[in-house]
Design a protein around this ligand. Sequence first.
Ligand code: PLP
Length: 416
Amino acid sequence: EWNNERVRLITQSSKLAGVRYDVRGPILQEAERLERAGETILKLNIGNPAPFGFDAPPEIVEELRRILPAAQGYSDSRGVLPAREAVARHYTELGVPGLGPDDVTIGNGVSELISLVLQALISPGDEILVPAPDYPLWTAQVTLSGGRAVHYPCDEANGWMPDLAAIESLVTPRTTGIVLINPNNPTGAVYSPELVRGFAALAERHGLVLLADEIYDRILYDGAAHEHAALHSAETLCLTFGGLSKTQRVAGYRSGWLVASGDRERARDFLEGLTLLANMRMCANVPAQYAIPVALSTGPGVGESSIEALCAPGGRLREQRDAAHRLLTAIPGVSCALPGGAMYLFPRLDPAVYPIADDQHFVIELLRATRVLVTNGRGFNLPTPDHLRFVTLPEVPVLTEAIGRIAEYLETIRVP
Ligand code: PLP
């Protein structure tokens, strides 16, 4: 492409057409612009625990410090053996049969593993069933890999539960995989064992790969129990994604894992492709891999700083979820399902009360008026412009201030 002065323009690849990731898009740029101008922004937009004072368990940081001198070289592309063994042992103890270290790949966070898996799996035109709303990396990476994300709706009136019959009606001969995010970002929904079993049965009936993003598996409230998809997927290929970013609060270490379970024999060709791509990027950050055995050996419920303690009554995450939910639902025309897991709230602004046509424009206006940064619902591939996503990581006084400012702003645009 040449411009009027006959200068050849450097343009982005056509592969990027339709790829969107609004969580870090134009809204964040506007926040950064305001910050450079000296403004203080209350950031309720990114699920990054450390800046909010959620320190990692000390034994994890200590292990990283200890291992640095010995972790200077590349590792096996799939990851160091102690990390892969620890992950295989962890899922074996949870009840997943037949796992060994060769079924585990360690990545630079779940993000990298999502990219590797979808690139290895998708041929042009393949369809992947993805929830709406979703964690938008899934849709973006399906699109970047040449596939088509086919969104299945989740029912807000029913605690954001997906309907398996509706999902099944979307399966076509091009469908190759189905994504399940449990506990869910952005809705916080935690799926029942029956529902998870239903996903596995559906994948099995249609020969689909079950892609289970379980990065929030230990962030659970009110006695909610998390059901691992791998427990029900003996007859289909199940790929489980987990990691340290959220449950161990070390998102900056970039450390996650992928477990392949179930019918791996049928998937041998795909798994070889995955290994090829893993080889091509050498390996994940090696020091951070050594945090995995430590994280998985601490077990649930150990220590005051454990994620379970933070989610229990009186724990910081639980108190903040409750406060934010109470404050938001007290605003006229705002409703919000109470999340059973994860670290987000996904409230609905009744369109009859707040007529928002373009929710991205709305959150930018909201940011300029209130200095509070949240993410718009369409950024999560929700079809309607009537939701916002809040992280529940800030302390209660910050949440109170931020939601108070939002309530004041909403009052100014409210239909009388
Ligand atoms: N999956 C979900 C559902 C997430 O919310 C996130 C981060 O917010 C990720 C995956 C990526 O996590 P990471 O790459 O830090 O492991």
